[in-house]
Design a protein around this ligand. Sequence first.
Ligand code: FMN
Length: 163
Amino acid sequence: MRYAVLYTSQTGNTRALAERIFHALPGEYTDLCDIADLMQIPRADCYFIGFPVHNHSCDREIRLLLSQLHDAQIAVFASCGLEPTQYYKSQIERIMLDWLPGSCRYRGMFLCQGKTTELYRTKVLQLIHRDAEQIKAVFNTGISHPDRSDLRSASAFVTSVVR
Ligand SMILES: Cc1cc2nc3c(=O)[nH]c(=O)nc-3n(C[C@H](O)[C@H](O)[C@H](O)COP(=O)(O)O)c2cc1C
């Protein structure tokens, strides 16, 4: 089985997940690549695609990448600044899955919290009109993420996909 871990990451949170996922994968035929450095999509039977959540979704480059995959298994991982609830994950998944060709078999998503930039925090707090204290508390929790527990959960996610 050939695996490829392809990801984007602006501030390193998703990269940390990508590296952990890469090391948790079995076999020697495994690629790890930042999409920014990708000349062409490596051939694989199973892709782990990672991204930071932006505007409650994934960026265009990820949508484009997903739309170009065929006849492969696809697992997704992401980090987000807001609370990584099951509900939030399913919303992100719903939008993202629109881009996946029918010939691909979707294997699930891993989502955890990641620390955010001051700019993003300020923007969110300017836009919201209620629950500011609650959201500030979520951002404060995020400062230490992804943490060791998140990385362990990312490994467990790999195990659940590859078994
Ligand atoms: C422009 C921008 C938009 C973002 N939008 C969201 C969002 O909609 N929901 C969310 O939970 N986090 C959002 N975030 C926070 C990032 O998803 C979070 O910090 C993530 O862990 C960053 O991952 P990275 O270090 O791999 O870039 C946003 C961050 C930026 C910079």
